[in-house]
Design a protein around this ligand. Structure first.
Ligand code: NAG
Ligand code: NAG
Ligand code: NAG
Ligand code: NAG
Length: 290
């Protein structure tokens, strides 16, 4: 896959290792293949609290379910996994906040496509998401076809994921959705504490059970719209036709909208095209054609 300069800074390490076949104990996430023990379910109503080198999974009542230690702490942590993998990113668009006020919300609407005509065990992810500059993590409401470590199969399902670039991945329980369902995907800034600790919510606002709160993360400055896929062996492994990401809105703190345009990449070799139909910060639209 051709990687642009902007996204290249995120991924050079990932690309060097991305072609290595996953070992059996690795499982699929929207951040690529990872050791199974670094991928965690969040219980219904639960949340994530990021503090120092730890990410705690909290139950709905606030009790700690799991403490995941970031690999930057070599004594106590899991072995380092590779950086957030974008090798599976087939078509994507992005905008990096150049230092304006923080992004306060990022919304995108799309319809659940038909199930792919063929099933070769492939996994297809469609999402919008926000990352910190440097791509060490991503918070993303994800539509998934096919298997991942969250579950899934030969049907579409939605879940919110927080994938820490070099460490752990966390997901809400996938909720099956049917073709034609409209998805309203949001990532929202819910609070700040000083200049380096931000709290967010991400969910499909019209699908109960997909909401994830996370506290104590760096500012999320990099907005993405993405088609990601693994194990595709034929164009019919994608849904037929096209996916339209519409109503794409980027708001900044204090209600401003940035003066911006979307950059994008697609992959002719995969037979997948991305077009920006309507550019800009509000009500933008993109079409991915399979
Ligand atoms: C997230 O935070 C909001 C606001 O504090 C709260 O209403 C909601 O129940 C929390 N949990 C989830 C899973 O969204
Ligand atoms: C909080 O929720 C967890 C997980 O559901 C449960 O095991 C625990 O007993 C609860 N604690 C309290 C104090 O209710
Ligand atoms: C993003 O990170 C790069 C590399 O650290 C840095 O050069 C750049 O200034 C950062 N951009 C913003 C907008 O923070
Ligand atoms: C805000 O950050 C300070 C310093 O890290 C910490 O002591 C305090 O508990 C934080 N407040 C909240 C509400 O998280």
């Amino acid at each position: 896959m051709h990687i642009s300069a902007a996204v290249g800074l995120l991924t050079s390490f990932a690309l060097a290792l991305a072609k290595a076949a996953p070992s059996p104990e690795h499982v699929l996430t929207p951040g690529g293949y990872r050791p199974r023990y670094t991928v965690h379910a969040i219980p219904a109503g639960g949340s994530l609290a990021h503090s120092g080198s730890e990410i705690q999974v909290l139950a709905a009542n606030g009790s700690i379910v799991t403490t995941a230690v970031h690999p930057s702490n070599p004594k106590t942590s899991a072995p380092r996994t590779r950086a957030l993998e974008t090798d599976g990113w087939i078509a994507y668009a992005w905008w990096l906040n150049p230092g304006l006020a923080p992004i306060s919300s990022f919304t995108t609407t799309w319809e659940v496509p038909p199930v792919p005509a063929t099933d070769h065990g492939q996994t297809v992810f469609l999402f919008n998401g926000l990352q910190p500059n440097g791509s060490s993590a991503i918070l993303q409401p994800v539509l998934q076809y096919g298997p991942s470590n969250a579950g899934g199969g030969s049907f579409w399902a939605v879940a919110t994921w927080y994938v820490d670039g070099t460490g752990h991945a966390f997901f809400t329980t996938p909720v099956p959705v049917t073709t034609g369902t409209t998805l309203d995907a949001t990532v929202t800034l819910t609070g700040t504490n000083g200049s380096s600790s931000f709290s967010y919510n991400s969910q499909f606002s019209n699908i109960p059970g997909t909401s994830m709160n996370i506290t104590g993360v760096p500012e999320l400055t990099f907005a993405m719209e993405t088609l990601e896929a693994y194990g595709v062996t034929a164009i019919s492994d994608y849904p037929a036709g096209f996916t339209v990401f519409s109503g794409i809105d980027l708001r900044l703190v204090e209600g401003a909208t940035p003066s911006m345009s979307w950059s994008f990449e697609d992959d002719m070799a995969d037979g997948v095209l991305l077009a920006v139909d309507k550019d800009g910060p509000t009500d933008a639209q993109m079409t991915i054609t399979y």
